[in-house]
Design a protein around this ligand. Structure first.
Ligand code: NAP
Length: 490
């Protein structure tokens, strides 16, 4: 159940927030501590007014103290009087902190949410803390902690598994806790909280629409397959939109969540705990995950990087869809086969490894040029040792030497990060002849200065968003085959 946590300071604005979000929510948490004190007299009719906005909505009343992350700074005795009043004013649920002495609200007939907040970390004894919260039968134990690591997120899921018989809400606040706001059903949580767009009531809140439409909370079942994208940072990844969109389009019982990961060992613990059926790996873990794979494809071995991890009955298998994702759009624009084509490869970082392997596996003649020549030499040495068809060398000369090779270059590929945010050209001195295919894998934005300049010179161009889409499509096929394979493979 998705509850909108209101953030407005006036009652008319609270009701406006409810009306605007009503299509995606089943309940509303009225945060009375955020209301202007002059509005508090209107609380007694607010539950009814919320239901007038949209019938069937459950209403939870909360007056959060500053010590628990709220804004109530008034007298504690006044707060308790207000809490009692809420419980008699048609609120379905009332939030009472665990340390409150008995108040009338407990005798009111409203469901009590007995809450405990840790704004700094995740206590070790989560399960015991939660199970000792309720004072009376029927109370809901709510524990909101602030995980500071992926390991602490794992602890939340493990604790939830041991609380199956207790009505509970176990949440991680902040960036590490985001999956706990989405995987409500997996955690056995009674509800999850969300905020109106641009109005975050608590760290890590998503919008009701994102929870409802992107993550399809109402569709989660015991049979649902969980997938993820893992990295650091992760909040801006486009992968959840892509994969959840495709799962929804095809009616596949699978959901894909973003997970902030600070270390690979707890990532694999999380993958076991959820369990994940597969996950996409992004910066900075593409190399780190290799140590925990039990099988890897040639593409992963060659690129020494893995962007896709799949659960198999015999352990985790690593795949690198950047290789196929790079080649697919190139094949679409090339008139001639790649075999024997002369390629100028700019850059010698992580993605240059996958791109270099892709080109060599098709028999291309690759010349690497990089800002730091020693990195180019190391990459060329590794690629040459792979025993694939093509040839590889390093352009040690400065800009003049590289420019001199231009007439014989068929394809220029940029794998440096220059051009991100629309800034910079990795080779501003390079003169395009117009016969080349120019491929820039940078996709933020796709129209990089290099692409604009090459197109202006008459070159055929391939933009990085096409590689992104092709590698994501290849990943999706792998995830879909797991998600539709029938019984659980875990
Ligand atoms: P990386 O491992 O950090 O490598 C960065 C490369 O850029 C290195 O060769 C580095 O040279 C060079 N470089 C950085 N700053 C430079 C500068 N100011 N001038 C000249 N060269 C510079 O990064 P990566 O993982 O390979 O990613 C590179 C880019 O590819 C990123 O923009 C990423 O978003 C994009 N990418 C796109 C896709 C896609 O699907 N389209 C997939 C993967 C990556 P040094 O060796 O001298 O440091």
């Amino acid at each position: 159940m998705i509850y909108l946590t209101t953030t407005a300071t006036t009652i008319p604005r609270v009701l406006q927030q409810v009306s605007e979000q009503a299509s995606w929510i089943e309940g509303v948490e009225i945060r009375a501590d955020l209301l202007d004190p002059t509005e508090l007299s209107g609380l007694t009719t607010l539950a009814r007014a919320v239901r007038d906005c949209s019938s069937g909505l459950k209403v939870l009343g909360t007056i959060r103290r500053e010590a628990d992350g709220g804004r109530w700074t008034g007298e504690e005795s006044k707060r308790r009087i207000l809490l009692d009043r809420l419980s008699r004013a048609g609120f379905d649920l009332v939030d009472l902190e665990s340390d409150l002495p008995t108040v009338d609200a407990e005798r009111s007939g409203a469901t009590i949410v007995r809450s405990l907040h840790d704004l700094k970390g995740t206590p070790a004894n989560l399960e015991r803390l939660a199970s000792t919260l309720p004072r009376n039968p029927g109370e809901v134990a709510k524990v909101a902690v602030t995980p500071q690591s992926t390991a602490e997120l794992v602890a939340i899921f493990r604790a939830a598994d041991r609380l199956r018989d207790l009505p509970h809400v176990l949440l991680g606040m902040g960036p590490f806790g985001v999956p706990s706001r989405i995987l409500t059903r997996r955690l056995g949580n009674m509800l999850t909280f969300a905020s109106a767009p641009g109005e975050s009531a608590a760290p890590g809140h998503l919008t009701p629409r994102a929870l409802s439409e992107l993550y399809r909370l109402a569709s989660h079942r015991d049979s649902t397959r969980w997938f993820a994208v893992v990295g650091n940072p992760i909040a801006h990844s486009r992968s959840p939109a892509y994969h959840n969109g495709r799962f929804a389009e095809e009616g596949i019982d699978a959901v894909y969540v973003p997970v902030l990961v600070d270390a690979v060992a707890p990532l694999f613990e999380l993958a076991d705990a959820l369990p994940l059926s597969g996950f996409s790996v992004t910066i900075p873990h593409k190399r780190g995950v290799l140590a925990l794979l039990s099988q890897m494809g040639d593409d992963v071995r060659a690129a020494q990087a893995c962007n896709t991890v799949l659960r198999t009955p015999s352990g985790w298998r690593g795949v690198n869809t950047d290789v196929i994702g790079f080649l697919a759009p190139l094949d679409e624009v090339l008139d001639d086969p790649l075999r024997g084509a002369s390629v100028l490869l700019l850059g010698a970082g992580g993605s240059a490894r996958a791109v270099g392997y892709a080109l060599l596996s098709r028999g291309a003649k690759v010349s690497i040029w990089n800002r730091t020549a020693s990195h180019a030499r190391a990459l060329a040495g590794d690629l040459a040792g792979l025993g694939v068809d093509g040839t590889v060398d390093v352009l040690e000369q400065g800009s003049e030497g590289v420019s001199a090779s231009a007439p014989t270059v068929d394809i220029v590929v940029n794998t440096t990060s220059v051009g991100m945010n629309g800034e910079g050209d990795p080779v501003p001195w390079y003169h395009f002849r117009g016969h080349e295919v120019v491929y820039d894998i940078v996709y933020t934005p796709p129209q990089t200065p290099l692409i604009v300049r090459a197109a202006h010179a008459g070159c055929r161009v391939v933009t990085g968003d096409r590689m992104f889409a092709a590698q994501a499509a290849a990943q999706y096929e792998l995830y879909r085959s797991i998600a539709t394979a029938g019984g659980p493979d875990v």
